[in-house]
Ligand binder design. Structure first.
Ligand SMILES: Cc1cc2nc3c(=O)[nH]c(=O)nc-3n(C[C@H](O)[C@H](O)[C@H](O)COP(=O)(O)O)c2cc1C
Length: 187
């Protein structure tokens, strides 16, 4: 059975990011995948402690809410990450999580070796401004890091303009695209 792991970087339980991630989950489940979700706003999450254990070991010394994600990622066929844009970047919650994904590579910068390459990847971003350039750099930053991990970007959804008169027709189209993305992760 295919395994899909979803990371939700928005604190809003029913916001646009959450809804798009849910569509990916539904699509994957419709093809029989097992879906595991991590809410990056969980109060039980600690930041990276900078111990460098993961430079020489495939694991993390921080025993918290996120700890089970390492096994979940190792076993996963696909990773799905979603975050709103806050101050031109992913949310603080998602940024804390990103540091904790350091075990995905061995070694030090310039000699990074992916430990769990080949996962399919879907990324989802949502922003208040209708100008996609606002979030573009933050999105590139995250997608580039995932590339370093050897994860293969299958689709990147960027929904813009939630602050004023959101384009709900566009949102419906992207929701359908997210559902199809989820289906395509399987098989
Ligand atoms: C602290 C904070 C900072 C934000 N910064 C930006 C920003 O830099 N650019 C932007 O377009 N929207 C910004 N927004 C708006 C969010 O991206 C927008 O509300 C988005 O729809 C939230 O996603 P969600 O519905 O999934 O929670 C910010 C919102 C908050 C709360």
């Amino acid at each position: 059975m295919s395994k899909v792991v979803i990371f939700k970087g928005s604190p809003r339980k029913n916001g646009y990011t959450a809804k798009l991630l849910e569509q990916v989950a539904k699509g994957a489940k419709s093809k029989g995948a097992e879906v595991i979700k991590f809410d990056l706003n969980d109060p039980g999450i600690r930041g990276c402690q900078g111990c460098f254990y993961c430079r020489t070991h495939d694991g993390c010394t921080v025993e918290d809410y996120l700890h089970p994600m390492y096994e979940a990622i190792n076993e996963a066929d696909a990773i799905v990450f979603g975050s709103p844009i806050y101050y031109y970047q992913i949310t603080g919650q998602a940024r804390v999580w990103l540091d904790r994904t350091f075990p995905m590579v061995a070694g030090l910068k310039d000699t990074f070796v992916p430990r769990h390459p080949g996962k399919k990847l879907i990324t989802i971003f949502v922003q208040g401004s209708s100008d996609p350039k606002i979030g573009a750099e933050g999105i590139k930053f995250v997608n580039d890091i995932f590339k370093t991990y050897g994860w293969k970007l299958e689709d990147n959804i960027h929904y813009c303009g939630t602050s004023h008169n959101p384009d709900l027709t566009m949102f419906d189209e992207l929701s359908l695209r997210a559902f199809k993305d989820g289906k395509n992760l399987v098989g």
